[in-house]
Design a protein around this ligand. Structure first.
Ligand code: SF4
Length: 460
C-alpha cells in the first residue's frame, strides 16, 4: 500500500470563546464630578487652551496637556500596535506619557490615577483607513501601561448622539459642541495673526508677545457666560493691538501647506512646526485653518446623506438620511455664522492677515477629474483640488502626509504625480511626518523655499 493512503486529515480542534468586545471602563457619574480631574488635549496647544473656558464655565477640574511633542511618538510606538499612522502614535503616546508623569509628580499608585483622572480628547473615525480604531488603541496603550480601567471621553466629528450614559458627569451635548467650535475658531484666529505677523513684523519677539497677550484676553472673554457679547469685543481689541505692530513692507514668497489634518494642522512637533519654520526662513505661509476641516466634515456627511436619500430602500432609511442632512445643514449654518461674525470683529485685513475658507462645492469640481469628491478618508479630494486651485498663484505647495497614512499616501504620492504633470509650474513637495527625521525633512523644505525665493526674484 502506498504510504500516503494511510494519512487521514483531521479537522483542527479549537474552542470558540466568547466574542472579544474591546476594552471596557466604568462610567463617570455626576456624584463624582469634583473627585475627578479631566486631562485633555486636542491636535495643538491653542485649541485646548481655549477649550479651558468650557471646563471653567461648567465647573470641572481639569489639566491641559498642551502641545504634542516628539517624545509622544516614542511612547506611542513602545506601547501601541505596529504600523499605526503617526497621528495615532502622537495622540496615544501623549496620554500614557502624561499618566506616567502624573504618577511621578503626585506619588499616586496606578489604581489612584485610574480613579482620580479621566482623559478627554479627539479621535474618531478618520475614514476607511483607521475606522473606529482610535478609542480602542488609546485603551490598549493605557491598559498595557498598567492603568487598567482608566476612563476616556472621546469625541469625533461623527458624534451624532452623545455616547455617554444617563447621569454622566460629562456630556457631549450642545454646549460642548458650541464651545469646541468657538475654541477652534479662536485658535484659528491666533494662527492667522501669527502667519501675518511672524514673517513681517519688524520686531518678531514683540509680535509673539502680543499674540500671547491676545490669547489671554480672548480666553478671559470666552470664559464669561455672556461670551457671545464679550468675545467680539475682545476680538476688536486684539485686532487693534496687532494693527499697531510695525511691519516690513516687502514681498515674500507665498507658501501653501496642505495634507492630512494632523500632519497639516498640528502646529507643533506633530508636523515639525512646519509653518513656523517656513516663516522663520523668510517666506509667508497661508494659515492652515481647522474651521475649513470642520466644514469639510459636514460637507462630506451631507454628501453621504444625499446619496442615502437617493438610494434608500425603505421609508425608515430615507427618513434617517433626511434627518442626518438636516443636522448637517444646521451645523454648517452655525459654523459659518460664528466664523463670519467673529471674523468681522477680528478684521485680519487690518494687520495683513489672510482668512480664506474655500468653498467646498467649488473644490469638489476642481478636483473631480482626478479624484472623485465622494472618496472619503483622510482629506479626501481637498488636497488635489487645492493644488489645482493654487497652481498659478502660489510660490510653493507642500503636501504633508503622516507616516503610515493610507488615504494620504494615495493622494500625496499617487494622484499628485498626475497634477504635477498637468501643472509643471507648481513648485510641489511631498513630505512624510514621522515624529523623527526632522533635519532631513526640513532640509527638503528648505530646497522648496529656495526655489520659491528664486521664482519671486525672477518675477520682480
Ligand atoms: S487619515 Fe491617515 S493619518 Fe489620519 S488618522 Fe487616518 S490613517 Fe491616520
Amino acid at each position: 500500500m502506498d504510504k500516503t493512503e494511510s494519512i487521514t486529515l483531521q479537522s483542527p480542534k479549537f474552542v470558540k470563546g466568547s466574542q472579544w468586545e474591546g476594552y471596557g471602563y466604568l462610567p463617570w457619574f455626576k456624584k463624582d464630578k469634583k473627585k475627578v480631574t479631566i486631562l485633555f488635549n486636542f491636535v495643538e496647544r491653542r485649541k485646548s487652551y481655549f477649550l479651558r473656558a468650557h471646563f471653567d464655565r461648567y465647573g470641572y477640574i481639569y489639566r491641559d496637556l498642551g502641545d504634542h511633542v516628539y517624545e509622544d511618538v516614542r511612547w506611542g510606538k513602545e506601547y501601541g500596535n505596529r504600523m499605526e499612522c503617526s497621528p495615532m502614535y502622537f495622540t496615544s503616546g501623549s496620554i500614557i506619557k502624561n499618566l506616567f508623569k502624573l504618577q511621578d509628580e503626585t506619588g499616586f499608585s496606578k489604581e489612584d490615577i485610574v480613579k482620580k483622572y479621566i482623559f478627554l480628547g479627539g479621535g474618531g473615525q478618520c475614514g476607511p483607513c483607521r475606522y473606529g480604531m482610535y478609542p480602542q488603541e488609546y485603551l490598549k496603550v493605557i491598559n498595557d501601561a498598567g492603568f487598567r480601567g482608566f476612563r476616556i471621553l472621546i469625541f469625533s466629528s461623527d458624534i451624532v448622539q452623545d455616547p455617554q450614559p444617563k447621569g454622566s458627569a460629562f456630556t457631549f451635548g450642545l454646549p460642548f459642541k458650541i464651545d469646541i467650535l468657538c475654541a477652534i475658531i479662536l485658535a484659528d484666529f491666533m494662527h492667522i495673526a501669527e502667519c501675518a505677523l511672524r514673517p513681517y513684523a519688524k520686531d518678531k519677539q514683540q509680535a509673539l508677545a502680543a499674540i500671547e497677550k491676545a490669547e489671554a484676553i480672548l480666553l478671559q472673554a470666552f470664559r464669561s457666560p455672556f461670551f457671545l457679547i464679550t468675545v467680539p469685543q475682545a476680538l476688536k481689541k486684539v485686532s487693534l493691538m496687532f494693527a499697531s505692530i510695525e511691519r516690513h513692507d516687502k514681498k515674500l514668497p507665498k507658501i501653501f501647506v496642505t495634507g492630512e489634518f494632523f500632519a497639516n494642522l498640528a502646529h507643533n512637533e506633530g508636523n515639525y512646526n512646519l509653518r513656523r519654520f517656513i516663516m522663520d526662513e523668510g517666506c509667508e505661509v497661508l494659515p492652515g485653518l481647522f474651521t475649513q476641516r470642520v466644514l469639510y466634515d459636514n460637507w462630506r456627511r451631507s454628501c453621504e446623506a444625499k446619496r442615502g436619500i437617493r438610494f434608500s430602500s425603505s421609508i425608515k432609511e430615507r427618513s434617517f438620511y433626511r434627518s442626518s442632512l438636516r443636522k448637517q445643514n444646521v451645523s454648517t449654518t452655525i459654523v459659518k455664522w460664528f466664523w463670519k461674525n467673529w471674523l468681522k470683529s477680528f478684521n485680519p485685513a487690518a494687520f495683513g492677515g489672510h482668512a480664506d475658507i474655500l468653498d467646498l462645492d467649488y473644490l469638489a469640481e476642481c478636483g473631480r477629474p482626478y479624484y472623485h469628491p465622494e472618496i472619503f478618508g483622510g482629506e479626501g479630494n481637498i488636497e488635489i483640488a487645492e493644488a489645482v486651485h493654487y497652481a498659478d498663484t502660489i510660490d510653493g505647495f507642500i503636501s504633508s502626509k503622516p507616516f503610515g497614512c493610507m488615504p494620504s499616501s494615495g493622494v500625496s504620492d499617487g494622484v499628485q504625480a498626475k497634477i504635477m504633470s498637468l501643472y509643471p509650474q507648481l513648485n510641489f513637495l511631498s513630505i512624510e511626518t514621522t515624529g523623527d527625521n526632522e533635519v532631513s525633512i526640513l532640509s527638503r523644505v528648505s530646497m522648496l523655499l529656495f526655489k520659491a525665493k528664486q521664482n519671486v526674484n525672477r518675477k520682480n
